[in-house]
Design a protein around this ligand. Structure first.
Ligand code: HEC
Ligand code: HEC
Length: 502
């Protein structure tokens, strides 16, 4: 064989091999991880050689193969549609590619994008924005690294709730979303790529997939109700005054007589798409159990001013409160948590349930008050974070204090020594020195055991529906809510179109 023939045959073989390798998606050659000379390049080189060297018939065949390759190449540039991804293996030699697959799951099958934004300028919703979750994951729970935190967030989303958010996130490894382990691994790589570094360490699932089957059907028990009757309850019980549902007309202002103040509330058109029956039931029976972020009501005092309104957003440093003036003008106030006023506390029980997040108290065996963030509490003790350290204090061994308010409006807090409003004078130790107050100068004196900053978020939704509604009305109502998956909402406008066409 001549040298020419050898080159011809070699380049023919290279063309066929590189074509097949390209279509099959084999890793690049010779150095896969650096993506040096991908198979498409080998293929193009061999095509050129073949076209130059071979006779006309082979030129034509080569050209046809090149055309087929070209279509495959162009199709490869178009991102795969999200429903089409079906992960069978992950190539950890290229973590960025794994993260890209994770992004497809995030926007597609995982339905994450239905709740989460990845856009810091997006308006705050009922689910956290995940823009910097790659870094933030490392600092959410002390002692838990980023990957462990993400694994937990996905498999057991209710174990740790991001402050300000409710138990809304579904267990995405269970039906109806039912992500596989590979899909979850890819999503975690994607989340880590958002501001952080991808950690390819393998992990064991902290769950038992055998459990998934038993609790798979999301909404069974209460479906004994009649959704059509429930829809009527939704209107007559005036849920519709606050909540919009696509396809149900909202009453005009003042049309229904309600004994509550109508407030902005979440649109419920798709409420059942991502929430289980238990959540819906709890939302109606115990509105305060979980408050949708952005809708809670608050009363806070900062720099002596009281703000009453809606808690628009909250992070570890500040809150945004929306208030309405008497003539209906809405104003937003950004308040630093450190700026909130210390309020006197008379009783040290259930501090956290009452919204206190910092506490200042003086232990009986000490002269100086201590103050810190409340970490946890029991009936008898409270643990404060002081200078980065957790310290527990007895709730009973606390020096009493008194807060006196003078007629000039001054508010003074001191350690209690003696006296009351019934006596001529009250003696307190203020800033280390004893001060005597003439009770004639005082408007008010309150006995306190501590003081603290407080942020108590409550639901503006009325709590008395369980009393107002009969059991059958309630199960019909819940059954109606369970049909609100958005699919029904899409169907509804068509009906109204028909009606208006008559
Ligand atoms: C029905 C809405 C919903 C869906 C769907 C959803 N999430 Fe969430 N997710 C939430 C809410 C609400 C929170 C905050 C409360 C909590 O911590 O569980 C949250 C929390 C998280 C957190 C912790 C965020 C932080 O700032 O610490 C991560 C990570 C997360 N979700 C990822 C995902 C991924 C990935 C998917 C898709 C596979 C997904 N979520 C699907 C509602 C949702
Ligand atoms: C006065 C206005 C008001 C009325 C009336 C009202 N709600 Fe609400 N509802 C709210 C607000 C505000 C929220 C969000 C705060 C929270 O989570 O409690 C809410 C939350 C909910 C949620 C949870 C929504 C979510 O996105 O997670 C459901 C479900 C719900 N309401 C159902 C009902 C039903 C059913 C009725 C009638 C029986 C009703 N509501 C009547 C104001 C109202």
């Amino acid at each position: 064989m001549s040298r020419d023939t050898l080159i011809k045959i070699a380049s023919l073989i290279l063309m066929v091999v590189s074509f097949v390798a390209y279509i099959a998606g084999a890793s690049a050659f010779p150095v896969a991880s650096e993506n040096l000379l991908p198979w498409s390049v080998w293929f193009l080189i061999s095509v050129i050689i073949n076209i130059v060297l071979w006779s006309n018939v082979m030129k034509l065949l080569t050209f046809s193969l090149a055309v087929i390759w070209f279509y495959a190449f162009v199709a490869g540039l178009v991102p795969e549609s999200s429903t089409a991804v079906n992960l069978t293996s992950l190539d950890w030699s290229d973590p960025d590619a794994v993260a890209e697959q994770g992004a497809l799951v995030f926007n597609g099958k995982g339905q994450c994008a239905a709740c989460h934004t990845v856009d810091p300028s997006a308006p705050p919703g009922r689910c956290p924005d995940l823009t910097d979750i790659g870094i933030n994951a490392a600092s959410r729970v002390p002692g838990t690294d980023a990957k462990t935190y993400l694994i937990e967030s996905l498999y057991e989303p209710h174990k740790y709730l991001v402050p300000g958010y409710g138990k809304i996130m579904p267990e995405i490894w269970k039906a109806p979303i039912a992500l596989s382990k590979l899909e979850i691994e890819a999503v975690i790589a994607y989340l880590q790529s958002l501001g952080g570094e991808i950690d390819p360490t393998p992990f064991d699932e902290p769950i038992d997939r055998a459990d998934a089957g038993t609790s798979a059907e999301a909404l069974p028990p209460l479906l004994t109700g009649d959704p059509e009757l429930g829809k009527k309850v939704f209107v007559t019980a005036a849920c519709i005054s606050c909540h919009a549902v696509t396809g149900i007309e909202s009453p005009a202002a003042g049309e229904t007589s309600t004994d509550f103040e109508v407030v902005t509330a979440p649109d419920l058109s798709e409420i059942a798409a991502f929430n289980d029956m238990r959540y819906l039931e709890e939302s109606v029976l115990i509105p305060n159990a979980q408050i949708v972020s952005g809708y809670g009501a608050v009363i806070v005092r900062a720099n002596g001013t009281t703000y009453q309104g809606t808690l628009v957003s909250q992070d570890t440093e500040q809150i945004v409160v929306r208030t309405k003036t008497a003539d209906g003008v809405e104003e937003e106030h950004t308040l630093l948590l450190s700026e909130l006023d210390d309020e006197p506390i008379e009783e040290l029980s259930n501090l956290q349930a009452r919204g206190y997040f910092t506490l200042t108290l003086t232990p009986t065996n000490s002269d100086a008050p201590v103050s810190g963030e409340i970490v946890s509490e029991t009936d008898d003790t409270v643990t404060l974070k002081i200078g980065g350290e957790d310290r527990s204090f007895s709730k009973t061994d606390v020096k009493s204090q008194m807060t006196v308010i003078t007629f000039d409006g001054d508010e003074i807090v001191g350690d209690y020594v003696s006296g009351s409003m019934d006596d001529d004078e009250i003696i307190l130790v203020v800033d280390g020195s004893e001060e005597i107050f003439d009770t004639f100068d005082l408007e008010e004196a309150t006995f306190t055991r501590a003081s603290g900053k407080k942020l108590l978020v409550t639901s503006p939704m009325p709590e008395n529906f369980p009393l107002l509604l009969s059991v059958s009305d309630m199960s019909n109502l819940l059954s109606f809510l369970s049909t609100l998956t958005g699919a029904t909402a899409e169907a509804a406008p068509v009906e109204t179109d028909d009606a208006s066409a008559e």
